[in-house]
Design a protein around this ligand. Structure first.
Ligand SMILES: C[S@@+](CC[C@H](N)C(=O)[O-])C[C@H]1O[C@@H](n2cnc3c(N)ncnc32)[C@H](O)[C@@H]1O
Length: 253
C-alpha cells in the first residue's frame, strides 16, 4: 500500500514511521509512506501558507491554494488514492473504517494545522474527513500516523503470528479479553486458573466471557449494535452474576 501525507512537518511523519511494526512494514515493502509539504507551493518570499480568518477571531487558517497544489502533487504520485482530511469535526475513525482504508492500494492523508484549513479546499478536494476522537490536537500529523499504524496492521505481511490482528479489540465488535504472562503469581495475584489448565475449549469460553463482560462494562454502545447469540447471552449473564457476587462479597451494593 502507498500513502502520501500532506503535511507542514514532513520530518515528523517520516521519523515516526520508522519504528516497530510500522518500520518493519516499510522495510518489507508492504507499506510505503511519502510526504508532500504545502510550503513548497507558497509563492512569497516568506513561504506563507496561512492567513487570518475571515470574520475575525483568533488563530490562522491554512490557505486553500498551497494545499490544493500539495494535494495535486500527492495525487500525481497516487492517482487512484482516496483523499482523506484529518479533522476534529470529521466522522469518527473506527476499526471498520480502518479496514476499508486498508482495502485501498493508495491513500492521501491531509494534516491540518492552526485553526484548520480553508473550508473550500475540503469541499472541492477531499473525499472524506475523519476524526481520531473527541479531542482537539495541534495538528493532523498524529491523527495521520494513527491511521497509518492501524491500517498497516491489517496489511498482509505486516504482522507476525505473535502480533496477529485477528483477535483484537473491535475486530469482532467486542473489546479484547485480559492477557497474562509469567510468572503465575505476581504481587500477590494469581493468573486465572483456567488459563493454565490446558483445556482449550474452557479457555476459549473464558476469553469470550471476559470480552463480552468488558465490552458490557466499558463500551455498552458496542453491545447495543450487536445481536448476541444464545451462547454469548449466557456467558454475559454468567459474567454479570460473577460481578454481582464479587460486589456482595466486598460489601458493595
Ligand atoms: C488545532 S486543530 C483545529 C481544530 C479546529 N479549529 C476545531 O475546533 O475543530 C488543527 C488541525 O489538527 C488536526 N486535528 C485536531 N484534532 C483532530 C482530531 N481529533 N482528529 C483528526 N484531526 C485532528 C486537524 O487536521 C486540524 O486541522
Amino acid at each position: 500500500m502507498r500513502i502520501v501525507v500532506v503535511t507542514l512537518f514532513p520530518e515528523f511523519v517520516e521519523h515516526a514511521v520508522g519504528f516497530g511494526v510500522l518500520g518493519r512494514a516499510i522495510e518489507r515493502g508492504v507499506l510505503q509512506v511519502e510526504t508532500v509539504n504545502p510550503r513548497q507551493f507558497a509563492t512569497d518570499v516568506h513561504k506563507t501558507v496561512d492567513d487570518r480568518p475571515y470574520g475575525g477571531g483568533p488563530g490562522m487558517v491554512l490557505k486553500a491554494e498551497p494545499l490544493r497544489q500539495a494535494l495535486d502533487a500527492a495525487v500525481a504520485k497516487l492517482p487512484a488514492a482516496r483523499r482523506v482530511y484529518l479533522a476534529a469535526d470529521g466522522a469518527p475513525l473506527t476499526q471498520r473504517k480502518v479496514a476499508e482504508f486498508a482495502g485501498w492500494a493508495e491513500l492521501v492523508l491531509v494534516a491540518g494545522r492552526y485553526e484548520g484549513v480553508d473550508e473550500r479546499f475540503v469541499e472541492q478536494c477531499i473525499d472524506e474527513s475523519v476524526s481520531v476522537g473527541d479531542v482537539v490536537l495541534s495538528g493532523g500529523e498524529l491523527p495521520a500516523l494513527l491511521v497509518i499504524d492501524a491500517v498497516a496492521r491489517l496489511l498482509p505481511g505486516t504482522l507476525g503470528d505473535a502480533e496477529s490482528a485477528v483477535q483484537e479489540s473491535f475486530s469482532d465488535g467486542l473489546l479484547d479479553w485480559p492477557h497474562y504472562t509469567r510468572p503465575e503469581v505476581w504481587s500477590g495475584c494469581t493468573v486465572p486458573e483456567v488459563l493454565a489448565s490446558g483445556n482449550h475449549a474452557a479457555i476459549a469460553r473464558w476469553r469470550l466471557k471476559q470480552a463480552l463482560g468488558r465490552t458490557w462494562q466499558r463500551r455498552p454502545d458496542l453491545l447495543a449494535g450487536r445481536d448476541l447469540s444464545d451462547v454469548e447471552r449466557k456467558l454475559l449473564a454468567e459474567y454479570q452474576a460473577e460481578q454481582d457476587a464479587t460486589r456482595r462479597e466486598q460489601g458493595q451494593n
